[in-house]
Design a protein around this ligand. Structure first.
Ligand SMILES: C[S@@+](CC[C@H](N)C(=O)[O-])C[C@H]1O[C@@H](n2cnc3c(N)ncnc32)[C@H](O)[C@@H]1O
Length: 321
C-alpha cells in the first residue's frame, strides 16, 4: 500500500497511486455560502486539489495526468451544479521549492486583477493568486480560526503569522493581537486584512522578526498571552541563516511559548510535517508542560469536512493549567 501523504507542497519521496478526486456536493457548497464562507475545497485527489476562492477556482496539481483529471472533473462538477467560476487558474506543485512557478490563468478574463477577496464566516481575507508561496489563506485552518474566536481571548500571540488570518479572527472578538513573521511583506498583507474587516491595525502589533529569538525576549519583558498560535513551517531559514526543522525544534518552540503563556492559556499546535500527526504532537507536548509543572489538556478538532482524511495540517489545541 502506498503511504498516504498530506499535501505540503514540499518534496515527497513516495508518490501514491493516483486516486480519483472526491468532489463536494452542491448542497455542501450552498451550506458554505449560507455561513458566508466562499473559500473552501471543491475536490481532493492524491495528485492535487481544487479550491473555490470567491468567484474563482484554483486547480493545484502535481503532474499533467492529475491536472487533466481535475480539470475534467471541474467541467463535470460545474455542469452538474450549475455553479460557474469566473476564472480558473492552474498551479503546479513541484517536488522541489526551487521549481515553484506562478499559477497560470486557464480560463477567464486576463484583464481582471489577480488580487481578490474571499469570506470565511463573514470575515474578509485578501488573496493574491499570483503570490508564489500561497494565495494567502490556508483553508484547512478554518475550524481553528473559528475556535480561536470562540475562546474569546484577550491577548493573542500569532507566531509564523503569514497574512495574520488568526489575528484578524481574534481581533474581531476584541483581542489585542501580536503577529510575528520573518516576512514584512506577509505582515503588510496581514494589516490589509485588518483594514478589510474595519479593524484599526495600529491598535495591533505586527513584528517582523525571528520568533525563535523574539520569544525569550518577550518572556523577559513580561509579555503574557492567553492564546498562542504555533503553526510553523516544516523547514525554514531565518535572515541570519538559522535553520529550523519542526521535527527537531518543536520542543524548543513550545517551551519558549510556555514562558509567555498565562495560566489556562490555549495553544494551537499545528504542522504540515507528515512525521508529526496529532498523537505525536501530544506525546511531544506533554513533557514540555511537565517540565514547567503545568498540566496539559488537549482538544482535537480534526480537519474541516471538505478535507478528506489524511489531508490538511495536523492540529491539536493544548490548554495549560
Ligand atoms: C506555514 S506559514 C504559516 C501560516 C499561518 N499560520 C496561517 O495560518 O496563515 C509559515 C510562515 O512562517 C514564517 N516563518 C518561517 N520561519 C520563521 C521564523 N523563524 N520566525 C518567524 N516567522 C517565520 C514564514 O515567513 C511564513 O509566513
Amino acid at each position: 500500500m502506498p503511504k498516504q501523504t498530506r499535501e505540503t507542497g514540499l518534496p515527497q519521496n513516495a508518490r501514491p497511486v493516483m486516486q480519483r478526486a472526491m468532489w463536494i456536493s452542491n448542497s455542501q457548497r450552498l451550506s458554505f455560502e449560507s455561513t458566508e464562507t466562499t473559500a473552501h475545497r471543491l475536490a481532493t485527489s492524491s495528485g492535487g486539489w481544487v479550491e473555490r476562492l470567491g468567484e474563482d477556482v484554483i486547480v493545484s496539481f502535481k503532474g499533467e495526468g492529475a491536472k487533466a483529471e481535475l480539470l475534467e472533473g471541474l467541467q463535470r462538477w460545474t455542469n452538474d451544479t450549475g455553479w460557474l467560476p469566473s476564472r480558473v487558474f492552474t498551479r503546479f506543485l513541484p517536488t522541489r521549492n526551487a521549481d515553484r512557478v506562478s499559477p497560470e490563468l486557464h480560463q477567464g478574463d486576463s484583464a481582471l486583477s489577480w488580487k481578490t477577496t474571499v469570506t470565511e464566516a463573514g470575515i474578509r481575507y485578501g488573496l493574491d493568486i499570483a503570490a508564489g508561496y500561497s494565495h494567502g489563506l490556508f483553508l484547512d485552518q478554518r475550524l481553528n480560526r473559528a475556535r480561536l474566536q470562540h475562546l474569546r481571548p484577550t491577548r493573542v500571540l500569532n507566531t509564523f503569522a503569514y497574512t495574520s488570518s488568526f489575528s484578524v479572527a481574534a481581533a474581531l472578538v476584541g483581542a489585542e493581537t501580536m503577529s510575528v513573521d520573518l516576512s514584512r511583506k506577509s505582515l503588510k498583507r496581514g494589516e490589509h486584512n485588518f483594514k478589510l474587516n474595519g479593524l484599526d491595525s495600529k491598535k495591533h502589533r505586527f513584528v517582523a522578526d525571528d520568533i525563535l529569538e523574539l520569544l525569550p525576549r518577550l518572556a523577559v519583558e513580561g509579555e503574557r498571552f492567553d492564546a498562542i498560535v504555533l503553526d510553523p513551517p516544516t523547514f525554514s531559514r531565518s535572515g541570519k541563516g538559522r535553520r529550523w526543522r519542526v521535527v527537531d525544534d518543536f520542543e524548543y518552540l513550545l517551551a519558549a511559548a510556555l514562558d509567555v503563556a498565562m495560566p489556562k492559556c490555549s495553544i494551537l499546535l499545528s504542522t504540515n510535517c507528515t512525521k508529526l500527526d496529532p498523537a505525536k504532537l501530544k506525546r511531544r507536548a506533554r513533557p514540555c508542560a511537565k517540565v514547567r509543572r503545568l498540566s496539559a489538556d488537549f482538544t482535537e478538532l480534526g480537519a474541516p469536512d471538505d478535507f478528506p482524511p489524511g489531508h490538511g495540517a495536523s492540529t491539536v489545541w493544548m490548554t495549560v493549567g
